[in-house]
Design a protein around this ligand. Structure first.
Ligand code: ATP
Length: 235
């Protein structure tokens, strides 16, 4: 099902998307998207509602196969979508322990160290024994983001990660992304707001609109791939 390939020719934490065409519900959404994401870099994925940001992130995370093109990574991808991947009946601490174990932490000491760091990073200290289902929307979102830290994944694919967060929590998120990138990780972040992260921008444009405006035959567009979209510095 996954169309994501692993290659050690990329640097650890690197991601390369080449001429990617995706469908959603059988309908073409993205066409010929190409870009590279280097370790240490965060990129904001922009574009109007329905343009295909979630579809692109899902494809990179291996949750759906591309129709055409390739996604290549060196490292593992952690996906944070709208549902937060939270186990409702487990406590905050149990959720994080669970995810740390799933992602390879071994032994009580290693698991506890990862969980403690994640709890501190997202100010979850007063909530550790609370069942996840009893948390507010913003608290759940903080738990979902804390999960990223215990996965140890090099590449973060984040779909509107700041939804429901208050201003202080957005700052915690930005700090976490900064620390992740400083440690050699990378992040692709779909968002409609400014999350306070120093980042390049990848602008997805409506495929049909762009074609109409450019008056470019689809075959030529296929051959050329997508123009644009990363500002210099992110490549
Ligand atoms: N489960 C689905 N079945 C069919 N079509 C879908 C499904 N989910 C999304 N789509 C369609 O696919 C297209 C791309 O959706 P996607 O969620 O990737 O957009 P987006 O850029 O993330 O939008 P938003 O900014 O609103 O979150 C849209 O036209 C949407 O209506």
């Amino acid at each position: 099902m996954s169309g994501t390939e692993t290659s050690e020719e990329l640097p650890k934490g690197g991601l390369k998307v080449e001429n990617l065409t995706c469908t959603r519900g059988g309908v073409p959404v993205l066409r010929g998207v190409s870009f590279k994401l280097s370790p240490g870099v965060a990129v904001l994925l922009r574009g109007p509602n329905g343009v295909g940001k979630t579809t692109l992130l899902r494809t990179i995370a291996g949750l759906q196969p591309p129709l055409r093109g390739t996604v290549t990574v060196n490292g593992s991808v952690a996906w944070a979508g709208h549902a937060d991947a939270i186990k409702a009946t487990l406590s905050v601490q149990e959720n994080l322990r669970f995810w740390a174990s799933v992602h390879g932490a071994v032994g009580r000491g290693q698991i506890a160290a990862k969980v403690d760091q994640a709890v501190d990073s997202f100010y979850l200290g007063d909530l550790t024994t609370r069942p996840a289902q009893s948390l507010s929307a913003g608290q759940k979102r903080r738990l979902g983001l804390a999960r990223l830290l215990v996965t140890g994944a090099e590449i973060w694919a984040l779909d509107e990660p700041t939804v429901s967060l208050d201003a202080d929590s957005v700052t915690l998120f930005a700090d976490a992304v900064r620390a992740h990138c400083a440690a050699g990780g990378s992040a692709l972040i779909a968002t409609h707001i400014d999350p306070g992260v120093e980042a390049a921008t990848l602008d997805l444009q409506p495929y049909s609109t762009r074609r109409d405006l450019n008056d470019t035959p689809p075959e030529a567009e296929d051959a050329a791939g997508d123009e644009a979209f990363l500002e210099e510095g992110a490549l």
